[in-house]
Design a protein around this ligand. Structure first.
Ligand code: SF4
Length: 72
């Protein structure tokens, strides 16, 4: 599933919005095949590393990096 790209749901092809240009505060269902079983409701500003570009949207793609280990 993870292909190393991270992006916002509003620019993702799996964001279940009917709008051609979803907004940041719009909420919709995540239709990603491996995540759809969980019936996730996500906002346009949410995101994950299963992101794939939505047609017609020039989304910002950020390479995914694992979080740095916390220092105690
Ligand atoms: S949660 Fe991930 S796969 Fe689902 S719409 Fe958002 S970026 Fe796309």
């Amino acid at each position: 599933m993870a292909d190393g790209q991270w992006g916002n749901c509003k620019g993702c092809r799996y964001f279940g919005s009917h709008h051609p240009q979803p907004s940041s505060d719009e909420k919709s269902r995540c239709m990603q095949p491996e995540l759809s079983d969980f019936e996730l409701q996500v906002s346009g500003d949410s995101g994950c590393n299963a992101w794939e570009a939505r047609t017609g949207v020039s989304g910002t793609v950020t390479p995914y990096h694992d979080p740095a280990p916390s220092i105690h």
